[in-house]
Design a protein around this ligand. Structure first.
Ligand code: VGL
Ligand code: ZN
Length: 373
């Protein structure tokens, strides 16, 4: 993206200085020095009193959470009150520099200079043209359509890290409909192995010492390790030095998420590899929206990444389940966006309020300033 993008004057929310500039851009250029944080604090201290009023604080939030044209994103006034209350450690109804620095140093840095990873979930032949092709699932989505969109995102956006995930099952895997007779069904299961149909949920009696019972949706055998069905789609761009994550490798456990198996008994290497590379933001794309993509996004939020699902770069199993997952994910702070807006988000010019909240709270917890209401 062009760094010298022309900034439009915003309407009412900014002080009426002749030229609108992004106060956070200078912080970024000076590498987030404490001196630049001070300049930023002074910029919003409208009456030069050495502290911020609620009004000053409101201008700060509007400038921080704005798009590449510096148009503020709407924030509910209760949300502003809550942020003000949480930032005002000593409850004197003013925000001083120290309160600002402690509460906002990290969230500002993440918003203005995020370190972004693209996580490409399971863009494998079996979900596109093979045994679990999405076009034969209830939503009748065409999995192949994500390939050119993901390729365009890879070409247009300067991600710091790209990760490919693979559903990578042994042939005796618990999730395969064909294997339903290999394990004992629990008496709690509503469906017997004999009566079960593809996509039904059954409950297996815990076969090993792992768990008592295991809930499992039965899928047609798919993505068997080292078979053509488990290969990435042939047209998907392969990036060198990418991270590759294989999941669902334990025959007794399914793993929708690229971070954890479905029982949260074992982690993949994804979180460690992202943390090693200082990733703050995770963008998820791929197949299937309501299964592996949603599950990966949920765990990305749980692992404290600011998380974005690129909606047009995903296809799913069931329209209803996609809607349910959207609501659940929005509630925990993951947003759904179109791929068009991703370039400006990754440069830190388009800064969304929804994905910033969890990091702010997490920071308060680590500095011992979190007061649950
Ligand atoms: C998936 C069903 C079974 C997915 C994986 O990648 O979404 N769906 N295994
Ligand atoms: Zn699978």
């Amino acid at each position: 993206m062009n760094e010298k993008i022309k900034l439009e004057k915003t309407g009412s929310s900014m002080p009426s200085t002749p030229d609108i500039y992004d106060p956070f851009d200078s912080l970024r250029r000076k590498n987030f020095s404490d001196e630049e944080y001070e300049n930023c604090f002074r910029y919003f201290d409208f009456q030069k009193q050495g502290f911020w009023t609620r009004e000053d604080f409101c201008r700060f939030l509007n400038a921080l959470f704005s798009n590449e044209k510096r148009k503020p994103y709407p924030i509910l006034s209760e949300q502003i009150d809550q942020y003000f209350h949480e930032t005002d450690f000593n409850q004197d109804k003013k925000i001083d520099f120290n309160e600002f620095l402690q509460a906002w140093k990290k969230p500002i840095k993440c918003a203005v200079r995020p370190v972004s990873a693209l996580v490409i979930v399971d863009v494998q032949n079996d979900f596109i043209s093979g045994s679990l092709a999405l076009h034969s699932c209830p939503a009748n989505h065409e999995g192949e359509e994500v390939v050119p969109i993901i390729n365009q995102v890879i070409r247009n956006v300067n991600f710091d890290v790209i990760a490919y995930t693979y559903d990578w099952h042994p042939s005796n895997h618990i999730s395969f409909y064909e294997n339903r007779h290999l394990r004992k069904i629990s008496s709690k299961s509503r469906v017997s192995a004999a009566a079960a149909r593809v996509h039904d949920k059954v409950i297996f009696a815990g076969s090993s010492n792992l768990t008592d019972t295991i809930e499992q949706i039965l899928w047609p055998a798919h993505c068997v390790q080292n078979t053509p069905g488990a290969d990435l789609h042939r047209d998907l761009i392969r990036i060198q030095n990418a991270v590759h994550v294989y999941k669902g490798t334990n025959p007794e456990l399914d793993s929708y998420s690229a971070f954890w198996d479905n029982m949260k008994l074992s982690k993949t290497s994804l979180d460690d590899q992202l943390k090693e590379r200082f990733v703050t933001d995770v963008y998820v794309v791929g197949l299937a929206t309501d299964v592996c993509v949603a599950s990966t996004a949920t765990h990305a939020v749980e692992n404290n990444y600011r998380t974005v699902l690129i909606e047009d770069a995903c296809r799913g199993v069931s329209e209803h389940a996609i809607e349910v997952k959207r609501i659940e994910l929005n509630q925990i702070g993951c947003i759904f966006v179109h791929s068009d807006v991703v370039p400006a988000m990754v440069t830190g010019e388009d800064r969304r309020p929804e994905i910033a909240r969890a990091i702010f709270v997490e920071n308060l917890k680590t500095i011992g300033r979190h007061r649950p209401r």
